[in-house]
Write a protein that binds this ligand. Structure first.
Ligand SMILES: [Fe+2]
Length: 491
């Protein structure tokens, strides 16, 4: 916004952008762009989950930087709240469901402090065991200590859908706040699976709210309204979509619109639990409709700002992913985006290294003290998957290198960029024709090619602007500097 103001202050007669046609009426173009940015930002703020954490003054200060000094936000009214029932204990950002026989079912385990609290409950005779743990999503503040919990308490780990491979093989993914501690999911459920545990009926759902890889657990118990453990997806003020790299896609049946449909279909009176929010809360039909309408309005607002056919390409910095992102060729480790065209032949054939094979990208992950064993080898990869997803590094005279995916397309049509990238995906070795790419069995994003990106998530975060600046490590710093930093939420 400031930059546009500076350009406008120069009163240019014409603007010649680095790409696209010259702009003959700069004043009108700048005003139009400012208006579009403001409309999208006002839409975003109106159902922003962060309002619950940071309170109105904080959000208003941000709003006025963009919307103007007198700006007000047309907020959705806060949802109804209620304290947790006695059979749900809050332990940091975990929640413990305690059965009548004092057995425990934990929701998330992001730190060893939680395990210490469980020990105390056990020593006090309030908890007999921790039989199970359900994981809402892969963020490290929800997962880092799951392996330690399993080792000490023998808990079975529950998750479903696209989140499972992220938990089991985090080294295969480039996501912010991703745990580095692989988790063996002992109970993999299909979406919608229901089962009984003690006096509770449990139903697991894929729930792509705060992140694309996210689950929720509905807990029903006689004598109490059902409770949906919905991770970080909602707060009483709305939806948690402040981090671009969490990938909150817009569209019917996707992202938050899918989640809202699930929430709307819950048994009457159901409560939601976000473990960063002390009370339970629930949205009435009016609030659900308000969020749904806001998301539907958002799509054309973003489409007006973005050069892609589908605005979701603008919501996903790494919309093209090479999966896995490291390969072994002739005993030499390569990452696709660093492979030169002279290093890797473009097509399969006699010139291909005969020993070309996929490697477990966990090997490529930086070593970390305290990491559990098992980074070597790859029992999970099928033996016939002999492939190189190789980007030769140049397209014509233009380097692909570490260029971000939207830059590959360069033009206004994201689909063209995708096709260009596809030209550089090829197979080496094996007698069978290559399977389609992306392979839904390997790439859990299913409908999306996965990613060309920089090497360091931290460095990428530093490049972010606007709301994304509060992501990852930068967000921690932002939270620490904030007056609202006393709340325990980090993401
Ligand atoms: Fe969290």
């Amino acid at each position: 916004m400031t930059s546009l103001g500076k350009v406008a202050a120069e009163k240019p007669d014409i603007i010649v952008p680095a790409r696209g046609p010259a702009i003959g009426d700069p004043r009108a173009a700048i005003d139009r762009l400012l208006g579009r940015i403001r409309a999208a930002y006002a839409n975003y703020l109106s159902i922003d989950a962060l309002r619950w954490y940071f309170k109105d003054d904080h959000i208003l200060a941000k709003a006025r930087r963009v919307l103007g000094p007198e700006a007000k936000v047309d907020w959705m009214p806060m949802a109804e709240t209620r304290p947790l029932p006695p059979w749900i204990a809050a332990i940091s950002n975990s929640r413990l469901i305690i059965a009548a026989d004092r057995s425990g079912f934990l929701v998330d385990c992001g730190g060893t402090g939680i395990i210490e609290e469980l020990r105390k409950l056990k020593a006090a005779g309030k908890l007999a065991s921790v039989e199970h743990v359900f994981i809402t999503h892969y963020h490290d503040d929800h997962t880092d200590a799951v392996a330690a919990l399993v080792a000490e308490f023998g808990a079975k780990v529950h998750a479903c859908g696209r989140q499972v491979p992220v938990l089991e093989r985090p080294g295969d993914f480039r996501l912010p706040c991703l745990t580095r501690n692989p988790i063996a999911v002992t109970c993999r459920h299909p979406d919608g699976d229901s089962w009984m545990w003690k006096e509770f009926k449990l139903t697991i759902r894929e729930f792509p709210g705060q992140t694309l890889y996210h689950d929720a657990l509905l807990v029903e118990r006689e004598g109490h309204e059902p409770v949906l453990f919905a991770g970080d997806s909602f707060t009483p003020s709305g939806i948690d979509d402040y981090c671009l790299q969490n990938r909150n896609f817009l569209g019917e049946g996707a992202g938050y619109l899918l989640c809202l449909g699930i929430v709307e279909a819950l048994p009457p009176g159901s409560w939601l639990v976000n473990q960063h929010v002390e009370p339970m809360f629930r949205f009435d039909a009016g609030r659900i409709e308000r969020m749904r309408r806001t998301l539907r309005d958002r799509r054309p607002l973003l489409a007006a700002l973005l050069p892609f056919d589908d605005p979701n390409f603008g919501l996903d910095e790494g919309w093209a992913v090479l999966h896995p992102y490291a390969v072994h060729l002739g005993g030499v480790r390569r990452r696709p985006w660093s492979c030169g065209s002279r290093t890797i032949p473009r097509r399969s054939g006699s010139s291909a290294p005969p020993s070309g094979r996929l490697m477990d990208s966990r090997r490529a992950a930086p070593a970390r003290s305290g990491s559990p064993p098992g980074r070597g080898g790859d029992p999970l990869l099928p033996p016939d998957r002999r492939c190189v997803a190789g980007a030769p590094g140049r397209h014509g005279r233009r380097g692909l290198g570490r260029r971000r995916a939207p830059g590959v397309g360069r033009g206004p049509r994201g689909g063209e960029g995708m096709m260009r990238l596809l030209k550089y995906l090829f197979w080496v070795g094996g007698k069978e024709p290559p399977p389609p790419f992306p392979d839904p069995g390997v790439d859990p994003t299913g409908d999306r090619l996965s990613c060309i990106a920089g090497r360091s998530a931290g460095r990428r975060d530093a490049k972010y602007t606007g709301k994304s600046q509060v992501d990852g490590s930068n967000q921690r710093a932002a939270s620490a500097a904030s007056p609202a930093s006393t709340h325990r939420r980090s993401r």
